[in-house]
Design a binder for this molecule. Sequence first.
Ligand code: HEC
Length: 111
Amino acid sequence: MTQRFSVRHRLAVMAAASACFMSSAYAQPAADALHQRANAATCANCHGTEGRTTSGSAIPSLAGMPKDYMVLQMKAFKEGTRPATVMHQLTKGYTDAQIDSIATYYASLKR
Ligand code: HEC
């Protein structure tokens, strides 16, 4: 009996909490920031954690790269106007809005 009450109680609390989260004015920016970081994290395998490659790496660091420069390069890779070994394939998976968001994220990081 106590057990059932506490489970139900917990469910009610969870429902209330999620309803509160959904209607919160802060929910959308938080979700956007998560998406932004998740997209940017897919670059880490090659460009390093937080976009910093080790010195001497053939792959450029992304941290602190000016946003406009990155957007231009990403679109050039995507359209095939900048030759590449990997990036022309990879950029095809991103919308312009996602590229913009990723570039904003990396531009905000310190070199
Ligand atoms: C599989 C490895 C790999 C992944 C993953 C990867 N890159 Fe790259 N990136 C490269 C390589 C290699 C180059 C050099 C160009 C080429 O040969 O494709 C490059 C070049 C670039 C450049 C050009 C840098 C300059 O100085 O002009 C940018 C910008 C870039 N990558 C952004 C990204 C972003 C943003 C992501 C994540 C969405 C990403 N890359 C994911 C391997 C990768």
